[in-house]
Design a protein around this ligand. Sequence first.
Ligand code: DGL
Length: 271
Amino acid sequence: MSRSDCPIAVFDSGVGGLTVVKALKEHLPQETIIYFGDLLHLPYGNKSLASIQYYTRTIAAWLRRHFSPKLFVIACNSASAAAATILKKTLDIPVIEAIEPTVKAILKTGIQDIGIIGTKATIQSGVYEERLKAYQPQLRIAVLATPLLVPLIEEGWIDHPATKMIVDTYLDTPAFQNIRLLVMACTHYPLLKKVIESHFEHQKVRFLYSSFCIAQATIDFLKSQRLLSSRRHASDRFFVTDLSDHFKNLASTILKGNIHLEQIDWHLLKD
Ligand code: DGL
């Protein structure tokens, strides 16, 4: 099999990465996706740097061994902030991560007043401010960790009044009063698009979702490297390290159809 016909490995802690898969499948239906959701260790956003690095490296190595992917996509900002640098050095396949494509898309808007929300791991890493300021030191950037959002999403509380209350409480932060761009630096957040965007209905704010930046970077990379698959060679596969009904329902809703989830024992990943 030629390299272009190999699958794309996409990884996240939970359903967030499926928002990237959805965008990829819309644009590249001929590609085979191997998805990995590390539900056992979800949420990554509240874990230490060392733990996130360990999970990410273990999963990447397992996917590499079993599927020889042509590309490893870290569809998770928290894992990208913690482990992308190490993975790029140690993995012998190309890695697409979340931060750089999102930073480039932010800069492309030309907007100077920026708000960024993400998990604790992403926000506390300071990686977004650091990279953005390296390009444009004059940017005014307000960041906010919104750690309650991922558990609410994984619980399926997308339209729940409690979710709206929590989103509103977070976004009412005085630091966001003058923002003109809100960046969703977590791949779970497209699932809260309605409730997040409605918070700003009386304010002139644009929205940028890292999920779509990651998908676009993946498409651009495959095109530029002539690695697009000419036809579909196998079915997509979806692996999870734990399984819940919420996840099953949410995954089927995001990808619009029943998907077969394969549960894998974490200990087997290490062999
Ligand atoms: N989807 C992940 C991200 O983009 C976060 C989820 C988690 O905290 O596990 O950061």
